[in-house]
Unconditional design. Sequence first.
Length: 355
Amino acid sequence: MKTHLPDKSAGVNCLEPGLWLAVCLSVLALVFSSRYISSMEKYITVLLVDAFTATPGKGNRAGVVLDGSDLDAKEMQAVASLVNVSETAFMIPTNDRTEYTLEVRYFTPTTEVPSCGHATIASHYARSQALGVENGRVVAKIGAGILPVDIATQGGEKKIVMTQGEIKFTPEYDASVRRRILRALGLDEEDVVQGLPVQEVSTGHSKVMIPIRSVKTLDGLRPDMQGLKEISREIDCNGFFVFAFNDKDDPCLTSGRMFAPVAGIDEDPVTGNGNGPCGAYLSLYGRLPEVDEISYLGRQGVAMGKEGVVEVTVHRSGGRPQTLQVGGTAVEAGEMTLLLSGDDAGHITATCVGK
């Protein structure tokens, strides 16, 4: 049987070998591109958990992804941006490790952060509920280091206790920076507790400590968020923890508020990374008993209608605070189902498909 080849002179369109190769490669690219787009479609369940409270709708809400093993940083950021709570925690089991059994990454709606108190309480509460764990310790790797989280249940109430990172005190701000911080917060020098500095303290994620004299003044603050953003970039610290001492008959020693607009969080309702450094600060400056271990309660979120309570424990050694723990309970408040879609250019889109 003869094979009849097209005759170019007969006007039939034929492609040169090089053009045929280009067409074939283009077709293959389209096929693999469509497969890639399809493979990038992932359904993610995000639990909503309110930390430092036992009442849904109070405390500080975190998003929790119990298994983020197959998510990269771009996908995590897309999820956190859509969930739009102050932080979303992504838990990554690492059973092949001996020094830790879990990795946790924390994302605000705009950026990844090394540590987050309320999202730690929320995520370990949700994980312990899912696994049926009532008591025990989990060693987790976070951006601030490898740190333990303890779970304890008493009287039917489950408490999660986070050991925070190394305590670090930045030198006291000079008068110019101090004035700018106070001005951005709407405070005068007369509002500040005399004898205490405006100073940055870190237990893994630094915050500026601003001690003021009145809870009423605290609850009435209306900060200049743009001003705080500018100062944050200048001093390289994203949060401002303003606190006051409560009356002696109050079960909580302090009341606080935390502002972090440069991280996309104008005000965070109840913060372990605010109250923890505050405990170190109070211990260093003699506002707590100088004993080896002391615990107290800090209240936050009142001005936002999100009241919650943080238990702060300070461990001292050598006349200084050495280790900080923050603890509290939590409660599940719902869940979201998200669809992650990606294209061959690396763009990630998150869409809520169910609540």
